[in-house]
Design a protein around this ligand. Structure first.
Ligand code: MN
Length: 388
């Protein structure tokens, strides 16, 4: 069976998100027997009506997209279910327990099959593939959740485990992140969303694929290497990364030594002009300016608004100036920008802080901090008080 893993559409992020999600899903339907989406279908947990409307139109196009028999493995054998892209939610489109997230809406409309903590059986020509998954959670809770749910592979089937978390081996940022060793044992393939560029890790007998996102959201260098999805062949046990057509994204670092302001401006104009000229569609361009300016001029003396105006219709520019001798203020701005690019929402940070503070107390809402926080965030004060 050929499985396509297409992830992190981030519908609602910008105009590219919808178009590139469609490109990914169309190509996947063309080449795969089944389509699986490992989270962050939406950029926000409560998308605008327009985004929901677009998503309904998008997923309507992929009803019946799986060229296999789809059923749900329950306590009493299997029961038929509907045929649509299989999906879990991610950290962006997840809401606390008891609240409806946008994937719940698509599932109820039978436009996407939410398989969070479910077992989906796919059958074709006598071959059985079982897909199981866990929706995105705050990274600090992921290990505990995996222990609680205790996922187990099914017998006589090719088993796939799908999730949406930071993984330490891919992003060694925080030691509390899930490690490949924490993943449930015995599955033939593991697939993770969340990370926005393609990656593959084969460690301790576990094969992990990370398809990356279909849209550029963070303007990181790794995002400039192309977007697409993984196509996995369960019989041959081989896979390939299939690129999709996207808005071009160019990333380049420019190094200067004792440069004058006009030299910097000229070089930037030349680079932007080059990238704009080789793209059919206005490209995303990220330039990092580094090195030194003449006479110890500060970075703030480099004004590129003229270049930005000149290319307003021809490119989407992001220019990061960080010449040597940067002040404290610059570092603070960079830190805030980084936080923003990681897209930790105020709610996510708030819930995280509340959880941390409560973990050391004998609070009445212990274990339910997140629900409590969500209720407060939704201004459901009466219901929040009842939790106490
Ligand atoms: Mn994402």
């Amino acid at each position: 069976m050929k499985l396509a893993f297409v992830s992190d559409f981030h519908l609602g992020f910008n105009e590219d998100a919808l178009e590139q999600a469609r490109a990914g899903l169309r190509k996947a339907r063309e080449v795969a027997d089944a389509i699986i989406c490992p989270g962050d279908l939406f950029d926000t947990r409560v998308p605008k009506q327009e985004v929901l409307h677009d998503s309904i139109k998008l997923f309507s196009e992929f009803q019946g997209c799986n060229a296999v028999k789809v059923s749900l493995i329950g306590s009493d054998g299997t029961t038929p279910t509907f045929n649509a892209p299989l999906a879990i939610y991610g950290n962006h489109d997840r809401r606390a327990k008891g609240l409806s997230n946008p994937l719940h809406l698509l599932d109820s409309a039978q436009l996407a099959l939410n398989f969070h903590t479910k077992k989906i059986l796919l059958e074709k020509d006598g071959e059985r593939v079982v897909i199981q998954g866990l929706g995105g959670l705050p990274d600090s809770m992921a290990k505990e959740a995996l222990k609680l749910v205790d996922f187990k592979p099914e017998k006589n089937a090719f088993n796939v485990f799908v999730f949406h978390q930071s993984v330490y081996e891919v992003a060694p940022v925080d030691e509390t992140f899930l490690s490949i060793n924490d993943l449930p044992a015995g599955f033939d393939l593991y697939v993770d969303g969340h990370i926005h560029w393609p990656n593959q890790v084969n460690q301790g007998g576990k094969m992990l694929l990370l398809p990356g996102s279909t849209v550029v959201t963070q303007l990181k260098e790794k995002e400039s290497e192309g977007k697409g999805f993984y196509l996995y062949d369960t019989l041959a046990k081989t896979f390939e990364f299939i690129k999709i057509k996207t808005r071009p994204f160019y990333f380049k670092q420019l190094q200067f030594t004792n440069a004058s302001i006009s030299q910097v401006e000229e070089q930037v104009r030349k680079e932007v002009g080059h990238f704009a000229s080789i793209s059919a569609k206005p490209p995303l361009i990220k330039l990092k300016l580094r090195g030194t300016l003449s006479n110890g001029l500060p970075a703030s003396s480099v004004d590129l608004s003229g270049v930005e105006r000149e290319f307003a219709d021809k490119a989407v520019l992001s220019i990061d100036k960080e010449f040597d001798g940067a002040s404290d203020l610059k570092e603070k701005i960079e830190f805030l920008r980084k936080l923003q690019s990681e897209k930790k929402s105020v709610r996510e940070l708030g819930a995280e802080i509340l959880r941390q503070k409560m973990s050391s107390t004998n609070s009445m809402i212990k274990g339910r901090e997140e629900q409590f926080f969500e209720l407060l965030a939704e201004a459901k004060i009466d219901e929040a008080l009842k939790e106490l």
